[in-house]
Design a protein around this ligand. Structure first.
Ligand code: ITT
Length: 194
């Protein structure tokens, strides 16, 4: 089965490639000639994932799935959440986003957080969504060089190292995205879309 993964994020694409079985031929947005930014105008992860998947289906006609993910911090009532990429401003600056998390958490005792991924799927005229979460906590310093986004400051539950230290092998077993992809793979046959 040919499936487009609607992301411009190369790290996400690489993570997801490692998680999918060989019988799924994964196409990137570049592979289908989609170079434009897909505007994420929703106010929830669910809405944005669907916007991206529907855009690819409606504009290019491919079966497709898209994820929208975010860091949800307990003491900040779930922020930055759907605004994770632009937390410190529209320029999507990763270091500035992390600085802003530290600043907003500086007076808070509770450093617990979760990453959450929502996947929207559009296959053969059917539409559905899957979800994955990983709980953990925010570190007051960056550690590790791997991964992307908030990985250097997020320590997943049951570990002492950040996602950026643990690397893809561990991240791909326990991450929000890995869990959402597992649910997605199980759902493909359940929906009769194979
Ligand atoms: P696309 O919309 O093109 O897929 P994006 O980078 O905008 O790429 P998201 O909207 O899903 O991706 O994610 C928003 C931000 O959340 C992202 O820029 C990161 O800062 C953060 N994020 C998402 N998944 C993450 C992960 O696995 N590890 C660390 N940070 C992550």
């Amino acid at each position: 089965m040919k499936l487009v993964f609607a992301t411009h994020n190369a790290h996400k694409l690489a993570e997801v490639k490692q998680l999918l079985p060989k019988q799924i031929e994964l196409l990137s947005l570049t592979d289908i000639g989609c170079v434009e930014d897909i505007e994420e105008t929703g106010s929830t992860l669910e809405e944005n994932a669907l916007i991206k998947a529907k855009y690819v289906l409606d504009t290019y006609g491919y079966n497709c799935f898209a994820d929208d993910s975010g860091l949800e911090i307990d003491a900040l009532n779930g922020a930055p959440g759907v605004y994770s990429a632009r937390f410190a401003g529209p320029e999507r600056n990763n270091s500035a986003n992390i600085e802003k998390v530290w600043e907003e958490l500086s007076e808070k005792k509770n450093k617990n957080a979760q990453f959450r991924t929502v996947i929207a799927v559009c296959i053969d005229g059917k539409e559905w969504q899957c979800e994955g979460k990983v709980r953990g906590y925010i570190l007051p310093e960056k550690r590790g060089e791997q991964g992307f986004g908030y990985d250097p400051i997020f320590v997943p539950e049951g570990y002492t190292q950040t996602f950026a230290e643990l690397g893809d092998e561990v991240k791909n077993k326990i991450s929000h995205r890995a869990r959402a992809i597992q649910e997605f793979l199980a759902s493909i046959s359940a929906k009769g879309a194979e």
